[in-house]
Design a protein around this ligand. Structure first.
Ligand code: URA
Length: 233
């Protein structure tokens, strides 16, 4: 199996520049199998390699696929302006790896956000051709009515869209409904509810394809690794 030198392994996992990684190894910060490794050019099979840096355990991942339970008050944009960015909720190694959110949630939207450093995955997930269903729970200002659900099913016209957009929707209680979207247009849920005559006061994404927030058991702000095939299931 293909091996990699330890400095390259650390660099690929987001521990800084090659020079910085060599310094970490020199400083005796890196342990593998209980042994401190001080030779930066020691070679290991990277796949599944367990190592620790300053006693923090890590497992080598060629690419990473993450689910975050996004709290309110965080921006998904690369250059956040009004609020902290979601990347501040992750280990700094992931920023070094150039992990990015897959699509965006508004700063006040909570719930399931996928992130990855795999460009092909991000592209595939963001492509409208994939039809990966995204499930939201919206809390509305006015009560949910059969007329509101009917409008969402039949289609509502947003001013910058060529054709009405439809959504599967079902009532959960007086002021909450579950909405399933296959596209990810700007503020889509909020704009669709507004176009249907109501107002969204809170929004939480609970699933993206086969990735279900409830099954991940993440508290707000927590993240975990996921199987990259899960969104398509
Ligand atoms: N629709 C919205 O209006 N906001 C989101 O964050 C996601 C979907």
């Amino acid at each position: 199996m293909k091996t990699m030198t330890l400095d390259k392994i650390l660099q690929s996992q987001g521990f800084g520049t090659r020079k910085g990684c060599r310094q970490l190894i020199d400083d005796g910060a890196v342990r593998i199998g209980g042994e401190t490794v001080t030779q930066y050019d020691s070679a290991f099979v990277p796949a599944g390699l367990e190592f620790s840096v300053f006693d923090e355990p890590w497992i080598y991942h060629e690419k990473i696929y993450l689910a975050l339970n996004k709290p309110p008050g965080y921006e998904c944009s690369r250059k956040p302006s009004g609020h902290p960015g979601v990347l501040t909720l992750l280990p700094e190694q992931f920023t070094w790896r150039e992990v990015q959110p897959v699509g965006r949630l508004d700063h006040d939207t909570t719930g399931l956000l996928l992130l990855s450093d795999d460009g092909a995955f991000i592209h595939a997930q963001s492509s409208p051709k994939r039809h990966v269903p995204k499930v939201y729970v919206a809390t509305t200002h006015d009560p949910v009515t059969p007329a509101l659900l009917a409008q969402l099913h039949e289609g509502v016209q947003l001013h910058d869209e060529p054709a009405p957009l439809t959504a599967l929707a079902r009532q959960l209680d007086t002021h909450r409904l579950e909405i399933v979207l296959e596209q990810g247009k700007y503020h889509q849920v909020k704009r669709m509810l507004a176009a249907a005559g109501n107002h969204c006061v809170a929004l939480c994404r609970i699933a993206v394809g086969g990735v279900k927030l409830a099954e991940l058991e993440l508290t707000e702000g927590e993240w975990c690794y996921i199987d990259p095939l899960l969104p398509y299931r």
